[in-house]
Design a protein around this ligand. Sequence first.
Ligand code: PMP
Length: 429
Amino acid sequence: MAQLSPILKQATPITVSHAEGLVVVGEDGRRYLDFTAGIGVTSTGHCHPRVVRAIADQAGKLIHGQYVTVKHRPLLTLCDRLEQVLPAHLRSLFFVNSGSEAMEAALRLVRQATGRPNVIVFHGGFHGRTVGAASMTTSSTRFRTGYAPLMGGVHIAPFPHAYRYGWDEAEATRFALQELDFLLATVSSPDDTAALVLEPVLGEGGFVPANTAFLRGLRERADRHGFLLVADEVQTGVGRTGRFWGHQHFDARPDVLVAAKGLTSGLPLSFIAAPEALMGKALPGSQGGTYGGNAVACAAAIATLDVIEDEGLVGNAAFQGRRLADGLRRIAADNDVIGDVRGLGLMLGCEFATPEGEPDPAAALRVQQEALGRGLLLQIGGPWRNVLRMLPALVVTDQQVDEALQIISDAVKTAQSTDNRPQPPRPDR
Ligand code: PMP
């Protein structure tokens, strides 16, 4: 009998039967509160009735229209709809299917538009698993190992990881920008550099937000040297951080914006957005894909954007994100295993560390497992896999946040009491 690959079999013991809102139900009837939103995908919750209806209606009219050769109405309506939420200078759109594919499209565009070979990425970034995107990914060796040789022309600069460096944000930012200048002077000359590529909040890298001074520094260098700034908003976009786009927290102006995940509430669709003059420099034939701009996925995206607006979900993400962050900080203050709580909106992470500040992946795993046993789905990330990531659907309610906080608090207590490794003496804090 054919079976799932061993990599997938390990992933989780749950076989899902159905889901609604934030509630996922296993085939055994067990109910789970989903604080992963399928890695930030189900922005309006699982199976929002308006999204389901839009998908069903569209499926009865047209499923596939290869949009490189034909246009269709959902695609045009989606462009109009996105115009209302995109920064005014980013009006030219190109659709593909996944985050990785969109990052490949952005990479191709910046190289073709500038005629320069190199891109600079930032330590801890995740941009996907296809070869170009994996080459730009530095959030863990897991995404690169065994895949060499990766694509050339990618150089890595530091991200302002204030907590991990043990510095304040200003120091970490100064260091990161100075190192970028070193890189530009010693390794990737500005004349060879097509773009800087970053996530406004590192996703797989452990939910570390960038900051305004850092993004201003990047913009200033991009303008001075004529390279482009690419914002990978695959995870931070579409309301997730409590603003429509993550970069908007930091007064930033990207030249290329990449979006996917929360855009459709679950169907495969992604896009790159750029000024028309820039997008016009893409070479004919070099961009595209059979399924890009699929009509049903476009209909799901239109319905998702409508629900986000009508239900005030960006505001809800900011509001519930504050409640969740406050609760997590209270839990962190009460124990010695959570070293840092950080993030923006409903993209929040708890970094587990020893009292000496060393990454503690075992503690993160114990808490994740304890939470799962209590019916809460959480995800782990970060280079050392020691960050518990919370990214519930944007429709999350007061009661669901409170339920999750109670479970996390209990899970941390149990995980601590079952940790029977030899404990170092606790320093006074
Ligand atoms: N960029 C970011 C910031 C992501 O979080 C992801 C997915 N985790 C990707 C790109 C790749 O997206 P996909 O899995 O759809 O290829």
